[in-house]
Design a protein around this ligand. Structure first.
Ligand SMILES: [Zn+2]
Length: 87
């Protein structure tokens, strides 16, 4: 079964697993703004949600840099509102 991205309204095939670091994982979960959402070892996000500079392309495989928090989303309108008032 092809996995799909954990972000709202995104149905792309995913490429990146959640970080193993618990603190960072929590920040990713928070950034997703999904209620009762908890990342599992199989939760993935596609590369659409990161900025170009978030990727480390120096190795053989493209990785997400350490400490990077996902940042690019296509939220439903009501969540966009919540987010912009919080920031
Ligand atoms: Zn996605």
């Amino acid at each position: 079964i092809p996995k799909s991205c954990a972000a709202w309204g995104c149905f792309k095939r995913s490429f990146h697993k959640f970080p193993k670091d618990k603190g960072l994982q929590k920040q990713w979960e928070t950034a997703l703004i999904r209620e009762r959402f908890s990342a599992s070892s199989s939760t993935v996000l596609c590369s659409e949600h990161f900025r170009q500079e978030d990727f480390d392309r120096t190795g053989q495989t493209v990785r997400i840099r350490k400490g990077v928090i996902l940042s690019v989303f296509c939220f439903p309108a009501h969540l966009q509102k919540v987010r912009s008032t919080r920031l």
